[in-house]
Design a protein around this ligand. Structure first.
Ligand code: IMP
Length: 441
């Protein structure tokens, strides 16, 4: 029995879905704990490509309970079109469950996300426009609508009759947009509630029961640590808690339930949307990474910004998540680079000071420029390698350097999109974990 959190150790899009897919084989329950339809998880299984936005990729295996946890925000229309498309492809929804406490992304959230972004001008965040920020804002303001509210027409009506006139003030007066009708939303969303009713339950009770039965539970994070509302590069973050701590709150389990935390990092770094990115490459090398790695956002189709691997951010991620080990993805994308760089420290552009640990994730972060260690590339294909030994010498050195810099074992390496393009160096669940360093003073 092991309960494992899989978390993005960078800015999202690390290839978590492939790692979750690998680990889901031995899981009984797969739980998504935060975020909403902003996520885009791609899994290539048995020659088919699946793209997930809300539903845990564990649904690819039959017999696994798949849970959309209370920490998520769910757009019921997006959910229905996703599950319908998966069922058309022969997948089964019998064990799919949605938390009654998960918040609902309503039509005004989608409109306000786009309008707020537009109004920010140069200060825009570059959101996915899936209504994420406004849905979580209403949740925190204690005026959100939860999945269970969709099932009770009277409750839904009372909430909408209060909420919609308030949203209309914003829409009409602040953004010069047409008002919405509470009655139309009530009819449409009550109807949607009836369609998803069969999935809605108290998922935390299900998880508690699974814990008691010593089942294997996999907690699947979306986005990444540097997009975490508290620990990411605020304000260029998402509105939830993708980091490992978020799994407990977002799934409704106690921290004592968790056995392992696995971080997922690309062998380089990508970011979509605005915000600081110290190792970003805006030159030909960046284009080469983007083209080779097919770095296009799954949800929005936006090209991703690309750059060298950043060990300072990696160490930060180890700290924030308490990572036990690392899964490194897309190593093969680096196959054709003569030289590779890894950022080992930052230099403050204004003061000239250098830092090996992130001095601040706040405004100072914007001033950081990378200090690099240059490594030789391996200039050989790695996609067919199935063991650490089979990797070219320089690729092994690259991984060993990452491991040394982050002080965390690399357990898994992905060398291509297919399930079998994977090297398992150590069992990520039962193999060696990060050993705590001795206190310095
Ligand atoms: P939001 O989550 O749509 O509000 O977007 C906030 C920030 O998070 C933007 O920079 C997005 O590009 C980024 N973001 C949101 N979801 C993902 C994701 O799944 N992968 C990568 N970036 C994301």
């Amino acid at each position: 029995m092991a309960n494992v959190i899989v978390v993005g150790a960078q800015f999202g899009d690390e290839g978590k879905a492939k790692v979750t897919d690998l680990l889901a084989r031995n899981a009984d329950v797969v739980v998504r704990y935060q975020g909403g339809a902003n996520a885009g998880h791609t899994v290539v299984a048995n020659g088919n490509t699946y793209k997930f936005h809300l539903i845990p990729s564990g649904i690819l295996y039959s017999g696994k309970v798949c849970i959309l946890g209370p920490g998520m925000v769910i757009d019921p229309k997006a959910f229905i079109s996703e599950i319908d498309a998966l069922m058309e492809r022969g997948l089964d929804d019998a064990l799919l469950r949605i938390s009654a406490s998960a918040h609902v992304t309503m039509p005004y959230h989608l409109i306000l996300d786009a309008a707020e972004e537009e109004s920010r001008g140069a200060q825009k965040i570059g959101t996915t426009k899936r209504g994420i920020g406004p849905t979580y804002a209403d949740k925190c303001a204690r005026s959100g609508i939860r999945m269970e509210d969709l099932l009770d027409r009277d409750v839904l009506k009372a909430k909408l009759d209060w909420m919609v006139p308030r949203k209309n003030v914003l829409l009409e007066r602040l953004y010069n947009l047409p008002p919405l009708s509470a009655k139309e939303i009530l009819d449409e969303y009550y109807e949607l509630g009836q369609k998803v009713k069969k999935y809605v339950c108290d998922t935390s009770a299900l998880i508690f029961q699974a814990v008691g039965e010593r089942k294997n539970i996999l907690f699947e994070g979306a986005q990444g640590t540097l997009l975490d509302l508290d620990h990411g590069s605020y304000p260029f973050v998402t509105s939830s808690s993708p980091s490992a701590g978020g799994a407990c709150v977002g799934a409704g389990v106690g921290p004592t339930t968790i056995d392992r935390v696995i971080g997922v990092s690309k062998a380089y770094v990508t970011r979509v949307g605005e915000g600081p990115f110290p190792t970003e490459l805006t030159d030909e090398l960046g284009n080469k990474l983007r083209e080779t790695g097919v770095e296009i956002g799954t949800t929005t189709g936006r090209p991703r910004r690309c750059g060298w691997f950043d060990a300072v951010l990696g160490r930060y991620s180890v700290r924030i998540n308490g990572l036990d080990c690392l899964a490194v993805t897309k190593l093969d994308v680096l196959d054709a680079f003569e030289e590779l760089k890894i950022c080992t420290a930052y230099r403050d552009r204004e003061t000239g000071e250098t830092y090996t640990d992130l001095p601040s994730i706040g405004s100072k972060f914007q001033r950081m420029e990378p200090v690099y260690k240059t490594l030789k590339g391996w200039l050989k294909p790695t996609t067919e390698c199935r063991s650490f030994k089979e990797l070219p010498e320089m690729a092994r050195q690259y991984l060993e350097f990452m491991q040394h810099e982050l002080d965390v074992p690399v357990a898994i390496v992905s060398v291509g999109p297919k399930r079998d393009n994977t090297i398992v160096i150590e069992d990520p669940i039962h193999g060696p974990k990060r050993v705590l360093s001795k206190p310095t003073a």
